[in-house]
Design a protein around this ligand. Sequence first.
Ligand code: C5P
Length: 219
Amino acid sequence: KKSMPLFGKKVMVTAGPTYEVIDPVRFIGNHSSGKMGFAIADELVKLGADVTLVAGPTSLQADKTLKRINVVSALDMFNACTSIFSETDITVMCAAVADYRPKTVANQKIKKQDGDFILELEKTTDILASLGKSKKSNQILVGFALETNDEENYAKGKLEKKNLDLVVLNSLNDKGAGFKSDTNKITIFNKALEKTAFELKSKAEVAKDICEAILKITK
Ligand code: C5P
């Protein structure tokens, strides 16, 4: 039992980028590889949890025993997350979700024209903030923050605004941290805004640190 401290707990993890379709051949995406979220999902499986991984487009493979829901767009991810969230004990939102999507999707490939091209974008729903609003007191919600400047203040702001229990900050200013790399350097803030800073480590080791912080607040 000691090696399976999350046995019986229902956990959801989001990972990877989202793709927002422009026309049949183009999309708006981002550099998220999904590696951090997949490492967290795999670690949560090892701790005994019943894990559902909601994954954006990535070629990564996760532990075969977990449930995986593949999604493409921010809207797909929102729908998958909101249909599962109320049943989860712990949710870790690691995906790099698009903040904007094309306002209209062209049915045919948009042809090259003379001069500039303006693409109108509309806001997507902030999935994490939306889950934070419906969160019950027995649920744990963990978010990520990736910032380039004034990162600690933004991270703490997100914790409060999105009603999180933990926020994991990774800065693009740290060498070897972030997108495609196999390593990451994180700082975790809890609800009391207490800060724990970690060294640069492999994403598998970082996943262990994040899960340990989750275990500390697991009810
Ligand atoms: O505010 P920001 O987008 O930087 O917050 C990042 C956190 O919010 C991450 O945990 C990310 O997974 C989540 N997020 C989300 N839905 C969005 C945007 C971000 O769940 N539309």
